[in-house]
Design a protein around this ligand. Structure first.
Ligand SMILES: [Zn+2]
Length: 283
């Protein structure tokens, strides 16, 4: 399936045996042009060259951009459950994690959309100078972003954390929203001591185990609209200097806002505190 197409090989051979009196430079230029044209020839057997499937839920409008900017295009594709995936998007732990981590860390662009992480990306203390875009990424094991600094925004919308997510003491920049809209946290979500300098969104996020925002700082607006907290929600000693939005949030276990500071408006309209939840607003 990946073999050279016979028409292409034939043209290449034909070209190379053509006698010519032209200079080497002219030849090289023509050769390059010809090869480009050859590359663009349709494959004769009717089958298109496989491209990375990316993700079952990838939006059509994003496909081309992701294939160009995110896919690990230097590596060959792997067939998995009937679809082809690049090294980054292959949804299995069965990949060379050493090589994976090396390539991930060497990336200058922080564009990691839909990437399937087979191991801990271990981005503790990492400084992201570019907008860190992890939208729809899947973290199959613990994701360590402890003390990471996001200088140009952090997007984790629809990211799936299958194990613990550790963002404790991370700093989110003052120039761009930190967004975890519809993110799914299947393990412990630790944001204790994190500093969110610009607006923060955890709208519709799902916290399946405990969510720890102990002493997190929100100098701008923080929105948790329609988020679901199935485990304990710790917001004790958190500082909300902008508006704090908790409408339509579901709290199913212990909710702790002890010694939290709300300097502006705190919205708790239609917030659901389930029967077994325990609410603490101790001061
Ligand atoms: Zn890909």
């Amino acid at each position: 399936m990946f073999g050279r197409n016979p028409i292409k090989m034939f043209i290449v051979k034909l070209f190379h045996i053509t006698p010519s009196s032209r200079s080497d430079d002219e030849m090289k230029e023509k050769n390059a042009r010809m090869n480009t044209e050859i590359e663009n020839l349709p494959i004769s057997n009717g089958a298109e060259k496989p491209q990375c499937h990316i993700h079952d839920k990838v939006k059509d409008s994003e496909v081309e951009d992701i294939r160009e900017n995110v896919c690990a295009n230097d590596e060959s594709l792997t067939e998995f459950e009937g679809e082809y995936y690049c090294f980054f998007h292959l949804p299995t732990k069965d990949k060379d994690t050493g090589k994976f981590e090396q390539i991930i860390k060497a990336r200058l662009k922080a564009d990691f959309r839909y990437i399937w992480f087979p191991s801990d990306p271990d981005l503790k203390d990492h400084k992201f100078f570019a907008n860190a875009d992890f939208r729809s990424a899947t973290f199959s094991v613990v994701a360590s972003f402890t003390r990471a600094t996001f200088l140009a925004g952090a997007k984790f919308d629809e990211a799936i954390f299958l194990a613990d997510a550790d963002f404790s003491f991370a700093t989110f920049s003052a120039t761009a929203t930190a967004s975890f809209t519809s993110a799914i946290f299947s393990g412990h979500a630790s944001f204790n001591g994190a500093i969110f300098l610009d607006a923060t969104k955890f709208n519709e996020a799902i916290f399946s185990v405990d969510a720890n925002f102990y002493s997190a700082t929100f100098p701008a607006d923080a929105s948790f609209k329609s988020a679901i907290f199935s485990g304990d929600a710790k917001f004790d000693e958190a500082i909300f200097s902008g508006d704090a939005y908790f409408p339509l949030v579901t709290f199913s276990a212990k909710v702790d806002f002890s010694f939290a500071t709300f300097s502006n408006v705190a919205y708790f309209s239609s917030t659901i505190f389930e029967e077994k939840s325990q609410i603490l607003f101790i001061r």
